[in-house]
Design a protein around this ligand. Structure first.
Ligand SMILES: Cc1cc2nc3c(=O)[nH]c(=O)nc-3n(C[C@H](O)[C@H](O)[C@H](O)COP(=O)(O)O)c2cc1C
Length: 311
């Protein structure tokens, strides 16, 4: 069973991926948060930076596209192929209110006929092997039956399933029975994604009689950057987290050229990191209120100096 780092837009950018790979590693692949190709057929500078081979060394990165236009998809797939990528992922899961009304991400699942035509055009062009990351539908998990019939018509490189509907966003119970349905219906590898937080959970999936081809982990790997290593039976050194955190901070300061933007990015990460701290709630309240980068950085160092805690 392989393990993938999920794409998290605004979190797992190239800086995070490279520095995570350097200090921890563990995931077999790192998925790149979505690029949105447009009719202009020009990658935005921010998107180009994300996919530059030099920014993805050794991460076995898989780029992801968010679009409902097969023409734009095929164009972007060719750009990615020219950069050396061997696979591209289609985002059919994004639940965002700015994406779904445009019929993209999980919004595309509302129109199975159109999705069918899109996939036909993408697989006929055959620019690169294509994997799909999907939800079950918009409102009702049963919508997935019809969607699955469409996936079964095409030679997907892999199907990654987050077994929730768009309405369920990222909370509430998952519907793993639809993952099982997909395994039965499809001949391609099927990857399970959703709410995996501990090495025991990963082990339980790997130990099944028929384990998933892969598991994809997002928030669990942010909250515990050593989770994949732990599953592999390795223990990250005590000083690893401090070094990881310092290198991230310096890299963002340099890249953003702004203490304010660095503070925002590191705050987001600390909100995950403090989840399992014994005084996490109290500490997070203080850190959340802090609007000054040097003070915020010192707070983080103080937390690490005070005990043998790390995420
Ligand atoms: C802040 C945030 C950003 C995300 N960005 C993306 C994205 O760019 N592409 C994508 O396919 N999924 C995205 N997701 C979904 C995650 O990849 C993943 O499917 C989701 O978090 C569930 O997995 P988890 O429970 O292991 O976190 C995002 C989720 C969050 C919370």
């Amino acid at each position: 069973m392989e393990l993938y780092f999920a794409p998290l837009e605004g979190v797992t950018d190239f800086t995070f991926r490279m520095i995570h790979r350097k200090h921890y590693g563990g995931p077999d692949r790192y998925y790149i948060p979505f690029l949105t190709p447009t009719q202009t057929h020009v990658l935005a500078p921010k998107e180009r930076r994300e996919v530059l081979p030099a920014h993805n060394l050794d991460t076995h990165a898989v780029p992801q596209l968010l679009t409902k236009s097969s023409e734009d998809f095929n164009w972007a797939a060719q750009v990615l192929k020219d950069l050396g990528y061997g696979m591209v992922n289609l985002n059919l899961g994004c639940p965002s209110g700015t994406v779904v009304p445009k019929g993209k991400g999980s919004g595309f699942l509302a129109d199975p006929d159109r999705l069918d035509v899109f996939l036909e055009e993408v697989f006929t062009a055959g620019v690169l092997p294509v994997s799909v990351k999907t939800r079950l539908g918009l409102r009702d998990p049963e919508e997935f039956d019809e969607i699955l019939e469409i996936y079964a018509k095409y030679p997907l490189a892999e199907l990654i399933i987050h077994p929730r509907t768009r309405e369920e966003m990222y909370q509430g119970p998952l519907h793993p029975e639809y993952y099982e349905k997909a395994v039965t219906a499809l001949s391609c590898p099927v990857c399970y994604n959703g709410d995996i937080r501990t090495a025991d959970q990963i082990r339980a999936l790997a130990d099944r009689q028929t384990p998933p081809a892969a598991v994809m982990i997002g928030r669990g790997l942010i909250a515990d950057p050593g989770l994949a290593l732990r599953w592999l039976g390795k223990k990250p050194a005590a000083e690893t987290f401090g070094a990881f955190c310092d290198e991230l901070s310096l890299a963002y300061l340099e890249r953003f050229g702004s203490q304010k933007n660095t503070l925002m990015r590191m705050k987001h990460l600390w909100s995950y990191w403090l989840e399992d701290h014994p005084q996490g709630e109290k500490l997070w309240k203080k850190m959340r209120k802090c609007n000054d980068w040097p003070t915020f950085y010192a707070m983080g160092r103080q937390i690490l100096a005070e005990g043998d805690w790390h995420p």
